[in-house]
Design a protein around this ligand. Structure first.
Ligand SMILES: *Cc1c(COP(=O)(O)O)cnc(C)c1O
Length: 473
């Protein structure tokens, strides 16, 4: 499998080079040259456990890692790392819905699934090349702690994590800043997550700086993130086929940067038995507006109860758009340039009146989030975090309409809701919804009085660059 840039400006790459390059050197995103069709292998894959299934899927995209090495990397990422054993993505039945709990990893969000693997893959590649890596990350809350956990204490790797000052939950902040390993550097940026992501992209596009500092990225612009996440879409679909007898399923994904759901989209293109994706945003609804109208237009960033989704410019959207314009880098570039200049781009809808008949989209405001947490807890005794609640709310709002429009058979298709974080990471939202701080987790309680370290830096790429240079020299 070779990789190219959405903007057409780089030579094709093997997997390991794609991982190291992170953001494509021409400013685009790295995408696989083609998407393999695995429909004829589904029957063989349906009963595999998580590590074995991960091996089958990832090896299709990482042909330059020998099989034994890849098996070892996967085992180190997924065996005895999650508190659910090798079942990285357990499913709970919650009323009419199924919830895939992706928060059993060490930092309790779905980000661990990809970042555990990416930490191991980076270390593996650096060992082959006796190289060094300085990772620059932007986080809206959960990527930071998961990435730090994936690389803390590893030789040859430094990590710099920018979070928007005061805009991540206090627990998320503590999960990052209480890690005191010498190779971990937290930065509080005086701005929003979009500012952090813009600084990350700007520095990663400064090829001289990227080269001299061996700059790497762990945000979901890194292809390895998306790849690792495809695995649980396949496994979730197989499990629901067994549990319900249905041929296909629908998957609901709370979305900010369009990374997680993009992995589901790729899985669907490869032939995973998923008929539709439900995209759920919070009030930062640029993506749900796009899928319902074809217009992608920038709004203001709202701070919500689901801060990991307080994003306007979704970096992975470019990958989707690239495939939508049939892999035409010229067309893609002109759309992205138009968006950069005017804050707006538009593509044609399908005859159904929406952008993609396999993606339904909706958004949830603060009341919807609180109502979803309350309703799920009171009717099912099951606690969901505010991000998962966006999905729960959007599914609830879509289903009656969809059921009427789609008729009996499709309406009964089982729905898998992705739970992206453990509710104990967001105690204020839980307390606001149900009146009590019921969501607890021992690892989170243990953070309370730990010492922390963090550098406050202005919303300015140059200031971040200087801090990195000073720290590594
Ligand atoms: C990162 C995150 C999201 C959004 O995921 P994207 O891949 O950015 O769409 C949703 N929920 C939680 C808890 C997250 O940490």
């Amino acid at each position: 499998m070779k990789y190219v840039s959405t903007r057409g400006g780089i030579e094709s790459l093997e997997f390991q080079d794609a991982v190291m390059m992170g953001l494509a050197d021409d400013g685009g995103l790295i995408v696989p040259e083609d998407i393999p069709d695995v429909s004829d292998r589904l029957a063989d894959w349906a009963d595999l456990d998580y590590p074995d299934l991960a091996f089958e899927i990832i090896r299709l995209f990482a042909a330059d890692i020998p099989g034994d090495d890849l098996r070892d990397l996967i085992a180190r990422s997924y065996v005895d790392v999650f508190d659910s054993g090798t079942d990285v993505a357990p499913i709970s039945s919650v009323g009419d819905l199924f919830v895939m709990e992706l928060w059993h990893g060490p930092t309790m969000s779905f980000k661990d699934v990809a970042l555990q693997l990416l930490g191991n893959v980076f270390e593996y590649i650096l060992a082959q090349r006796s190289g060094k890596l300085n990772i620059l990350a932007a986080t809206s809350g959960d990527t930071g702690s998961a990435a730090i956990c994936g690389v803390r204490g590893r030789r040859g790797i430094n990590i710099f994590v920018m979070h928007p000052s005061g805009r991540v939950s206090p627990i998320q902040e503590r999960q990052m800043t209480s890690v005191l390993d010498d190779n971990v550097h937290n930065i509080a940026i005086d701005g929003s997550f979009d500012d952090c992501q813009r600084i990350m992209k700007e520095l990663a596009c400064d090829l001289e700086f990227k080269q001299t500092c061996s700059l790497g990225v762990v945000n979901s612009v890194n292809w390895a993130r998306v790849l690792a996440q495809m695995v649980y879409y396949f496994q979730g679909a197989f499990k629901l086929q067994r549990l319900t007898g249905s041929d296909t399923i629908r998957v609901c994904v709370p979305t900010g940067n369009f990374g997680n759901i993009l992995a589901g989209w790729y899985a669907m293109q490869m032939g995973a038995p998923i008929s539709r994706l439900v995209l759920a945003t919070n009030e930062n609804d640029i993506l749900s507006r796009f899928f319902n109208s074809g217009v992608y237009s920038l709004g203001d960033v709202h701070q919500t109860l689901a801060p990991a989704m307080d994003i306007q410019v979704a970096s992975n959207f470019e990958r989707y758009l690239y495939h939508r314009v049939a892999g035409d880098p010229d067309r893609l570039r002109s759309l992205m340039e138009q968006f950069a200049q005017t804050g707006r781009l538009e593509i044609e809808c399908e005859s159904t009146g929406t952008v993609d008949s396999s993606i339904e989209a909706g958004s949830a405001n603060t009341d919807d989030i609180l109502e979803a947490i309350r309703c799920c807890y009171e009717s099912q005794g099951y606690l969901i975090d505010p991000h998962t609640a966006c999905g729960y709310s959007v599914v609830g709002a879509l289903t009656p309409v969809g059921a009427a429009a789609a008729g009996g058979a499709e309406a009964s298709e089982p729905t898998l809701c992705i739970a992206t974080a453990h509710p104990a990471k967001f105690p204020r939202a839980i307390e606001q919804a149900i009146g009590q701080d019921l969501a607890r987790h021992p690892a989170i309680d243990a953070l309370a009085d730990l010492p922390t370290r963090c550098e406050a830096i202005a919303n300015d790429p140059k200031a971040v660059e200087n801090f990195i240079i000073k720290t590594i020299s």
